[in-house]
Design a protein around this ligand. Structure first.
Ligand SMILES: Cc1ncc(COP(=O)(O)O)c(C=O)c1O
Length: 485
């Protein structure tokens, strides 16, 4: 007698239905799926059935539980991460970074209104809280008693230093207002931090691939860089860090700590502690650039390295950040928490440009204190998460076979690896002819190592701009592949 086929349990059916909806894109990575009670009501099943279905989806790696918030569609950690080519051990040597002026063309192009700016890591203007900032600025500047016309000499506007220290306390960093120096953006914070710990000719460690602004800073300060290969999730290869520290008198290690640019890496707490303790063994200070840390797609702000330096080890961290990615780059307000170099850092700031603009500091201080920044960040990180996820899907579906992308869990840039035969310097020129800028891979190292890679900015409205621009890139790439075969 043949057995009747086993009927799936009700919870398996429900899990299958939800999995189908996730695969069809109804719920995208980072989205919250409906709550337990709602699912039970809409599917006419018991709470227990829903709980079992959720467990099954969790075991299948499709969703993850966030304590007290519910279940969210998982970011695709299971997908293969893009390969990152790094130097071999014998190639790991300090080099003078040169010719970084090329990157300036890219930044200068950001002024163009007619270009689709996939190249610069800057949010589209529609994502800036323009009106709110204008209102605050207008109110402050109506009244000269606010002191907005005076210098606000280093360390900067006291109440902003307080707001920032409070903010950093919220991330787990044990700092006070006296530990904050206001700078002209994160870029200036990085320059001052490096000047505090290194002199021309000294060796520093950089991530590879790295944010090209750091290559420029290293170039202009006359430092020699060792580029340490990075894993797309866990960041710097610790073995190579150790090799480098054993071979050279390394004066600083520089990392973009959370949702790095361009890889999107975000080491977990243990990985951060391991890097810090390794650096500590060699007395190497860490220069931490945490400019993307507030932009976690799931809303969980990662802990900065600075937290571990003050809480668990006596390692040194000079912490740099700014409002450029979260509020507006044009206000040029950032900050440095320089640890024991506070005095030297304030002096360097003063000699570089005396002070940062007073009005801009006042505007951001009020914006922070009234909760405007937190409200804004909650909104934009959702847009960025959606755009990044849609871009990954489109690239996967339309770019040449073999293309891979990073899988960031925050920020808004994607690192794209094309098959080996492509040269993204060529793509850059072709895309420019179609009024699209991209950041070709050669900008992200001191040599031509990332020839077939490029970075795109996804903080751009999807329907009207990003989607058509990516379609154009796909067409250009497919045409060039056909021409080669
Ligand atoms: C990692 C990183 N650090 C620093 C900066 C520069 O920041 P700011 O505009 O605040 O000087 C950028 C800008 O792209 C960046 O991506």
């Amino acid at each position: 007698m043949s057995k009747a086929p086993l009927q799936p349990h009700r919870y398996e059916q429900l899990a299958k239905q939800l999995a189908g909806q996730i695969q069809a894109g109804r719920y995208r990575p980072g989205d919250k799926i409906p709550g337990t009670r709602l699912l039970a009501e809409t599917h006419g099943v018991s709470i227990n059935t829903v709980l079992q279905a959720q467990k099954l989806l969790e075991n299948q790696g499709l969703i993850e539980a966030v304590p007290r918030s519910g279940f969210f569609v998982k970011w695709r950690a299971e997908e293969p991460a893009p390969l990152v080519k790094g130097p071999t051990k014998s190639q790991l040597k300090p080099i003078l970074v040169e010719h970084q002026r090329l990157a300036l063309d890219l930044i200068q192009a950001t002024g163009s209104k007619t270009l689709v700016q996939l190249g610069a890591a800057l949010p589209h203007e529609s994502y800036f809280p323009g009106q709110e900032l204008q209102r605050i600025a207008a109110r402050i500047s109506r009244n000269q008693d606010t002191g907005f016309m005076r210098y606000e000499v280093p360390p900067g506007l006291p109440s902003l230093c307080e707001s920032l220290a409070l903010r950093m306390l919220g991330y787990g960093c044990d700092v006070s207002a006296a530990d904050i120096l206001i700078t002209n953006g994160c870029h200036e914070a990085l320059i001052i931090a490096l000047k505090c710990v290194a002199d021309p000719g000294d060796v520093v460690l950089l991530e590879s691939p790295t944010y090209y602004g750091l290559l420029q800073v290293v170039d202009t300060l006359g430092l020699r860089a060792v580029e340490i290969p990075c894993h797309p999730e866990s960041g710097m290869d610790l073995g190579r860090v150790k090799d480098a520290c054993q071979q050279w008198n390394v004066k600083a290690c520089i990392v973009v700590s959370n949702f790095s640019n361009p890889l999107g890496s975000c080491p977990d707490k243990a990985q951060k502690q391991s890097l810090l303790s390794l650096l500590n063994d060699f007395n190497v200070p860490l220069v931490e650039d945490d400019i993307y840390g507030d932009l976690a797609f799931d809303g969980h702000r990662p802990t900065p390295y600075k937290h571990f330096a003050t809480a668990d080890t006596d390692g040194e961290v000079l912490y740099c950040s700014s409002f450029s990615k979260s509020v507006s780059p044009g206000l040029r307000v950032g900050w440095l928490s320089p640890g024991r170099y506070a005095e030297k850092a304030a002096y360097l700031k003063f000699t570089q440009n005396i002070a940062s603009a007073t009005l801009n500091q006042q505007v951001l201080d009020e914006y922070l204190r009234t909760g405007g920044m937190d409200r804004h960040v909650r909104k934009i990180r959702h847009h960025y998460a959606t755009s990044v996820s849609q871009s990954i899907d489109l690239i996967k579906a339309t770019f040449p076979n073999g293309t891979r992308t990073s899988q960031p869990r925050g920020g808004f840039v994607l690192w794209v690896q094309l098959p080996g035969e492509f040269d993204t310097a060529e793509l850059y020129q072709k895309a420019l002819a179609h009024k699209i800028s991209i950041a070709p891979g050669y900008l992200f190292s001191s040599d031509q190592r990332f020839k077939n890679y490029f970075r795109i900015n996804c903080a751009i409205p999807w329907e009207s701009i990003l989607f058509p621009a990516l379609q154009t890139l796909a067409r250009l790439l497919n045409e060039s592949q056909q021409a080669k075969t």
